[in-house]
Design a protein around this ligand. Sequence first.
Ligand SMILES: Nc1ncnc2c1ncn2[C@@H]1O[C@H](COP(=O)(O)OP(=O)(O)OP(=O)(O)O)[C@@H](O)[C@H]1O
Length: 325
Amino acid sequence: MAAFLPSNPSTSCCSFKFSNLPSKSHVFTLPALPLLCRRSNYHRHHLSLNRVTAALSAVDSPLKSSSDGQDEKSQPLLQVTGLTAVIAESKQEILKGVNLLVNEGEVHAIMGKNGSGKSTLSKVLVGHPDYEVTEGSVVFKGENLLEMEPEERSLAGLFMSFQSPVEIPGVNNIDFLHMAYNARRRKLGQPEIGPIEFYAYLYPKLERLSMKTDFLNRNVNEGFSGGERKRNEILQLAVLGADLAILDEIDSGLDVDALRDVAKAVNGLLTPKNSLLMITHYRRLLEFIKPTFIHIMEDGRIIKTGDASIATVLEEGGYKAISGS
Ligand SMILES: Nc1ncnc2c1ncn2[C@@H]1O[C@H](COP(=O)(O)OP(=O)(O)OP(=O)(O)O)[C@@H](O)[C@H]1O
C-alpha cells in the first residue's frame, strides 16, 4: 500500500499526497480519493468516506446527446464571474477575470494558446492548493464553490481528469473502483455489491472503452501508456459519474481509435442534467464530442465564445484569426 501523507493532518481527505510523487502538483481531487484514504486509515476518515457518494448521483441517469443543444429548461450549473487567481507561492497572477456560464446539459470546450491559463482555470475550479483566488465568484449548483474544500467540491459533483493522470502504486484499479462504487451505494441507502456483481456492472464500461480486463488488476495508472491513462480516467468517470466533468486534454496522446472509444464513452454519459467542460487544442475531439459552446482563452481570460465553427476558423487561420494578436 502506498504511504498517504496528509499535507496537513487536519485537512480533508482530498488534500492527501502520495509520498513517492515528486511535487505538490500531484494532489488528488478525484471523488474516489477519500476511498483510498479509507483503505489506509478508515477510522480517521470515516466521515469523509461517508460523504463521498454525494457527488455520484448522475451515473445511472437517462442518456441524452450533447448535440441536442441547450435544453429550454436547463438551469445554470456553473457560473464563474470575474475570477482572478494567483500562484500561491509566487503570487503571479494567472487568471485575470474569467467569466463562464455552464448550464445543465451543455458541453463546453475551452481552447487557447499554450500558457493561456486553461489548466489553471480547471485546477482552480477543483480547489488545487497551488493557486489562490484573489477576486471573483464561482457558483456551482447554487452554492459558493470557492468556500468548499477540494473534497467537498468533488462531493458536490465535480470530476476532473488531469492532463497527466498520476499513478497510485499499491492500489489496483478494480479495488479502487469497487470501493468507490460501493460507497455510492451506501450513500443511496443501497446494499453494497460483491466483486462478481461489480464486475458485471463494470464490464460493459470496460468494453465500451476497449480496455482489456488485465487493466483491472494493475495498480492505478502504474506503467500505463499515456493513452491507457486517459482511457482509465474515463473509466473512473463512467463508474463514478459527475454533474460537471472537467476533462483536461483528454485527447492528448490518444490514437484515432482510442479517441473514438473515449468520445463514445463520454457521449454515453451525457444527460440533460450533467455537463462537460473540455480543454483541447484540436478540432478532432470536437468532431466526436460536439460542443454547445467553444471559448477561447488568452492571457488568463476568455476573450471569445461561440459555436463549433470557431474551431474551424482556428484550424484554418490560427489564433490570430480569432484574437487579432
Ligand atoms: N504552479 C505553477 N507554477 C508556476 N507557473 C505556473 C503554475 N501554474 C501555471 N503556471 C503558469 O501559468 C501559465 C498558464 O498555465 P496553464 O497550465 O494554465 O496553461 P494552459 O493554457 O493550460 O497551457 P497548455 O495549453 O500548454 O497546457 C503558464 O505560463 C504556466 O507556466
